[in-house]
Design a binder for this molecule. Structure first.
Ligand SMILES: Nc1ncnc2c1ncn2[C@@H]1O[C@H](COP(=O)(O)OP(=O)(O)OP(=O)(O)O)[C@@H](O)[C@H]1O
Length: 494
């Protein structure tokens, strides 16, 4: 049987390391505190190695500092000569428990893109000082590319020949968008898109990290680095956005009207970090300009309560281990296929479409609950339901907008009666004026006619949980049930 406890000498202190069921207990007994110890949960352990040339055992792990988030910690100590074989076995056993038994591959091969100009331009130094040491201490092999221009990551990924366990982006959501489009343009796109992508949040829009890691850890670059090392592949739907003959991949959101203005119209305020989105919202409130577009969609579900109950049940199923949201690295990298799925809901598809015929303040569509830390726009979004969450706000009054934004970080806008929310297979936008902003995954696109449809499970992200981390509950009392779209005369069936 493998030894569960090993003793090392750190300076003049003797430290006992005991492997427990769900943690590693580090005991540093002193005269005054003979039972002093702290426990590290298995998920935070990066690696244990024994260097038998210098009889040294090293354990690398993450630990939480008060008011500072997580930091990388290492513990190194000398093993007695007679204990070297035991220490080697102990280290191997620890690696087996924290990687193999958890279905995780050790020492991942990572391709890392660092955008030196993302967010407040701290990506390169954060990578060198904080993120890379986590990868190295976890034993990962790391190939780093500092992007020199927009489209750089796309060009590299498009013609990748080597295989990686994951592609890591050190930037915001824009670089994830670029990488996914590069994978989609690869000669073998389905296999390429099975390579998991994991963001490390150093951009100004980091909604993907929030969705994967949750509100508490979503901006913690160390937790995001841990996700790169130990997260499990989670299949996610991707969208095809078609404008004329041009097809792009979107993974997160498309927005028009107020929600696009507050993002693209505040580019010059990047120094503000994500506070610029709040500034943009206030400016939009003052202007209160309707969005000149016609929206039509192919609905799958229009009942908000049913959506909330379904997402709640699905998360519970995954948390209790009955869901199948994640897979092992080996099983996803085996997927092969010749080309991207065809467009199914092109202009020839005319059956079952509904047109929204009220003046619209904004259209927001996407996947993943958070679009930023101030707005859980799609609280009932699921990674792989094969549907896009589509929201349109009626342009009735400023008061509606203010009340709809009340509780926006918790997803409460969803319940607002003027926020029309459907789960759709596809939707189309026809601009009614020449000028406007169209933001796709936070990137500017031509304000022209387009259509979006969903490809179930086409992309892969790394996730610690196997589901989006956002917390959102079905409402307890259904007192003021929202209007159902199809029955209220808001929409025309074509
Ligand atoms: N070296 C570079 N120089 C200029 N642009 C770059 C570079 N590397 C990547 N980009 C582009 O910068 C854009 C912003 O990236 P990203 O969203 O990841 O960061 P961000 O700071 O959150 O920006 P945004 O707020 O615009 O979303 C993306 O379009 C990306 O392709």
């Amino acid at each position: 049987m493998s030894p569960s406890t090993i003793s090392i000498r750190v300076g003049i202190l003797h430290v006992n390391l005991s492997l427990k069921e769900s943690s590693l207990s580090i005991q540093r007994p002193t005269k005054s505190k003979p039972t002093a110890h702290h426990d590290i949960a298995h998920k935070y352990i990066l690696r244990a190695t024994l260097d038998d040339k210098i009889n040294t055992l090293k354990v690398a792990y993450l630990t939480k500092k008060k008011n500072r988030g997580y930091i990388l910690a290492t513990l190194e100590g000398i093993v007695g000569k007679s204990e070297v074989a035991k220490a080697s076995e102990w280290a191997e056993n620890l690696m087996k428990v924290v990687y193999d038994d958890a279905g995780l591959k050790r020492s991942r091969r990572l391709l890392v893109f660092v955008n030196p100009f993302g967010g407040t331009s701290k990506g390169a130094s954060l990578f060198a000082k904080k993120i890379d040491p986590v990868f190295k201490n976890a034993g990962c092999s790391v190939e780093v590319i500092h992007t020199t221009h927009q489209g750089h990551a796309l060009e590299v990924v498009k013609s990748l020949t080597a295989e990686y366990d994951a592609i890591i982006t050190v930037s915001g959501d824009g670089l994830v968008h670029e990488v996914l489009n590069g994978l989609a343009q690869h000669a073998d796109p389905l296999k390429a898109l099975a390579t998991p992508v994991a963001p490390i949040p150093t951009g100004s829009g980091n909604g993907t990290s929030l969705n994967l890691l949750g509100m508490e850890d979503g901006f913690d670059i160390i937790v995001a680095a841990l996700n790169a090392v130990k997260g499990k592949p989670m299949k996610v739907d991707l969208f095809s956005v078609t404008q004329g003959s041009k097809r792009s991949i979107s993974f997160m959101s498309q927005s028009l009207g107020l929600m696009a203005d507050l993002d693209l119209g505040t580019e010059h305020l990047r120094w503000m970090g994500d506070t610029r989105f709040m500034y943009g919202l206030l400016r939009g409130l003052v202007k209160f300009k309707p969005c000149p577009v016609q929206l039509s969609f192919k609905a799958a579900e229009t009942d908000k309560d049913k959506m909330a109950e379904f997402v709640h049940a699905r998360k519970k199923e995954i948390t209790e281990g009955n869901g199948v949201a994640t897979s092992s690295i080996d099983s996803v990298s085996g997927t092969v296929g010749p080309s991207l799925p065809p467009i199914e809901h092109g202009p020839d598809d005319q059956e079952g479409w509904t047109t929204f015929d009220e003046p619209i303040l904004y259209v927001y569509a996407g996947k993943g609950p958070y679009v930023g830390r101030d707005f859980m726009a799609f609280p009932v979004s699921l990674p792989d339901d094969g549907l896009i969450d589509l929201m349109a706000m009626s342009a009735d009054s400023r008061g509606d907008l203010i009340s709809a934004m009340d509780g926006a970080p918790q997803g409460n806008s969803f319940w607002h009666p003027k926020v029309h929310y459907v789960k759709a297979h596809a939707y189309r936008i026809k601009p009614l004026k020449k000028k406007g902003y169209l933001s796709i995954d936070g990137e500017p696109f031509p304000f022209e006619e387009y259509q979006v449809e969903v490809h179930k499970g086409l992309g892969t992200l790394l996730s610690p949980y196997g589901h989006y981390a956002a917390l959102f509950e079905p409402r307890k009392h259904k007192t003021t049930k929202h209007k159902k779209h199809s029955k209220e005369g808001n929409h025309k069936n074509q």
